[in-house]
Design a protein around this ligand. Structure first.
Ligand SMILES: NC(=O)c1ccc[n+]([C@@H]2O[C@H](COP(=O)([O-])OP(=O)(O)OC[C@H]3O[C@@H](n4cnc5c(N)ncnc54)[C@H](O)[C@@H]3O)[C@@H](O)[C@H]2O)c1
Length: 634
């Protein structure tokens, strides 16, 4: 019965609200007479009540409408609405008073005390009605579906925790908060939305047991990875499942919502201190500029686009050949920056005519070149494509940047370009050398490269691959127990790329990002298993052995490269010796011609000279039983 009635009432809620306000006005006015005359109003005043009640109801409804109280959704009523309610009732009472004391005085006259009492009662009754509705609504929403709610402990009594509790109170979230835990002893004993702050995270197992919690939510978006690691350990000790609110950045991007809860990711524990996203020096450099990002749909390129967009460029040209990913990026950026001019360009960086057209049309001031092929074992089998994309593609984009006189060209490079042991690394090394040579060819443009190691969670990198293996119930594949890699979060790497490009010495140089201590891949795998609640046993991790082109440890600079600290922490500049090979740019025409014709003798010879001992199979994997294991690339 209640179920069928409720939707009908809900559909007519505005009419119902008007009716209820009218009833409240009648009741409040009548009660005012009762109070004024000690519950025995004289007959003459009852007559006065009967004469004046209808004008009063009309005035009340009119003022409530003017103050937009007839449209209000009662379940959201808050302090602002109470202020509007008081203003509306006060206004209505004044009109009523002026009308029946000065304009149309009756006999007997309406007593001021009755008007005053009616004003107070009307406000109280209305506010009380809102509150009752809200409590009733929340009860119905929470219990009406008959589902059992999960008892949940919240860690963090700060802003995020508060917002989550409010959300749990208002909506049918499936959660019933049973306590809050916070390390700040000042908070202990306080209540947030009726839920007590019980104690500190060190007592989490005991608190979880005493509150019979079934799940834990970590709502500390400002936690550093160290803090988070500690909290996660405590959560693990309870044996309960736990979830985390995303980082401060995601929370800042929107309201705190329960839908944002997710599993703790290994990146959360490995990442560094949160980074600042808007920096005055970047804003000054990018403000009003036209910025072109190649490979914009990829891991690095898309984050570059996000961070550049934050710094108010005039136009952002996003270039990639991956149409769908580019489409989603464009959607995301348009939503976040509705005023920014965003030009999505689907094009191939190797296509000279297309690049010419893009540069002529948009005339970018700054170019960030992140389009590349990056997967090491795959590029071993597709060396021709790697050279075409990473070398000729880079030349093509850099040449156009120089031709139109762009102010800056930044090549996104990789630690695999250092003493390359594989084709991918070799092509990126050649790209670096090309970019450095471009500096003398086009002195007006500041050409430079930024080199860094693996970033966490990029497309096809080790963590997404591990996650897929975990989801499929397969063992995690690690090349060697001793393999290490540098890791950095994508936002951090991108921020450093942007900052590095501001260095006075950037032009004509390679800079490298200090990636901190390398991490053992096997440790990463074990941590991931633990976080996923999977026991770390020998059969859970399989060692596959190094594959063609892979190194045990990556390095960020070659022994013959001298590195110098810059004024920016974590950025070092490389003073490379001039390479013996001579002008690369002159070879490009020959290489392009050979790649088109399929006779690759000069390329083979030149690469042999540049990288002695590097196996280079330019004729690809066609016809060979190429067995590629699915594992991390860059
Ligand atoms: N991901 C890492 O851990 C990492 C670390 C250090 C350096 N890097 C370097 O950063 C660069 C980008 O890496 P990522 O992780 O973003 O890779 P990604 O594969 O996620 O992105 C590369 C993007 O470039 C696009 N692209 C490739 N060839 C293109 C072409 N011919 N024309 C137009 N678009 C093309 C792809 O469609 C893709 O969207 C690479 O050079 C890589 O070596 C990456």
């Amino acid at each position: 019965m209640t179920r069928s009635l409720l939707p009908a009432l809900f559909a007519r809620r505005r009419h119902l609200a008007i009716l209820l306000y009218g009833i409240v006005a009648v009741v409040a006015y009548f009660c005012a007479y009762l109070i004024r005359f000690d519950f025995q109003p004289p007959r003459s005043y009852l007559g006065l009540f009967a004469w004046t009640i209808w004008p009063l109801v009309a005035i009340r409804l009119a003022t409530f409408r003017i103050f937009r109280l007839t449209r209000e959704r009662w379940r959201y009523a808050g302090a602002q609405d109470v202020v509007r309610l008081l203003s509306a009732t006060l206004c209505g009472s004044l009109i009523f008073l002026v009308l029946f004391r000065f304009i149309l005085p009756l006999n007997p006259v309406v007593p001021v005390s009755v008007v005053a009492a009616e004003l107070v009662l009307m406000s109280w009754f209305t506010a009380g009605m809102w509150l009752t509705y809200r409590l009733f609504y929340e009860r119905i929403r929470h219990n009406g579906d008959g589902q059992k709610r999960k008892r949940v402990l919240l860690i963090g009594a700060g802003e995020a925790g508060n917002l989550l509790l409010r959300e749990m109170a208002r909506f049918p979230t499936g959660y019933q908060p049973v306590g809050v835990v916070d390390d700040d002893s000042w908070m202990w004993g306080a209540t947030l939305h009726g839920i007590e702050v019980i104690g500190a995270t060190r007592d989490l197992p005991a608190i979880a047991a005493s509150t019979k919690a079934e799940e834990i939510i970590i709502a500390v978006p400002s936690a550093t990875p160290d803090d988070l690691r500690r909290i996660v350990q405590k959560c693990e000790a309870t044996g309960l499942p736990f979830k985390v609110l995303p980082g401060i950045r995601e929370v800042l991007a929107g309201d705190v919502r329960l839908q944002q809860l997710r599993e703790v990711r290994i990146e959360d524990l490995l990442g560094r201190e949160p980074i600042e996203l808007e920096l005055p020096e970047l804003a000054a450099d990018l403000h009003g500029e036209t910025v072109l990002i190649t490979g914009a749909a990829g891991s690095i390129g898309s984050e570059l686009a996000r961070q550049v967009a934050l710094n108010a460029p005039a136009t952002l040209v996003l270039l990639d050949q991956a149409e769908t990913e580019l489409f989603y990026l464009e959607l995301e950026l348009r939503r976040r920056h509705p005023k920014l001019q965003i030009i999505p360009v689907v094009a191939d960086i190797v296509d000279v005519a297309a690049m010419q057209a893009v540069f002529d049309t948009w005339g970018p001031d700054q170019v960030f070149h992140a389009a590349a092929y990056k997967h090491v074992p795959m590029m071993e089998l597709n060396a021709r494509e790697a050279i075409s994309n990473n070398v000729i593609g880079t030349w093509c984009v850099a040449e156009q940047a120089g031709r139109i006189g762009a102010s800056k060209f930044v090549l996104v490079s990789t630690d695999k370009a250092v003493r390359p042991a594989n084709v991918m690394g070799a092509t990126k090394r050649v790209a670096e050398l090309l970019v450095l040579e471009m500096q003398s060819r086009f002195p007006k443009t500041r050409f430079g490269a930024v080199r860094f190691g693996n970033v966490l969670g990029s497309n096809g990198s080790v963590i997404p691959v591990f996650r897929r293996q975990l989801a499929a119930g397969e063992p995690l594949t690690v090349t060697d127990p001793e393999t290490t890699r540098y890791f950095m979060t994508i936002p951090e790497a991108v921020q450093l790329i942007l900052k590095a490009s501001l260095l006075p010495d950037f032009a004509g140089h390679i800079v490298m990002l200090d990636m901190g201590e390398p991490v053992k891949i096997v440790d990463l795998a074990e941590n991931l298993l633990r976080l996923s609640g999977v026991p770390v046993t020998a059969d859970r991790i399989v060692f596959t052995g190094l594959r063609p082109g892979e190194k045990l440890h990556e390095e960020l600079a070659a022994p013959d490269e001298e590195t110098m600290q810059t004024e920016i922490e974590k950025i070092r500049i490389i003073r490379s010796r001039p390479h013996e090979f001579g002008a690369l740019l002159r070879r490009i025409e020959v290489w392009r011609h050979e790649l088109d014709s399929g006779h690759l003798a000069t390329i083979e010879q030149d690469f042999g000279e540049l990288f002695p001992g590097l196996p280079l199979n330019l004729h690809g994997s066609h016809g060979r039983a190429a067995q590629l294991e699915v594992i991390a690339g860059d």
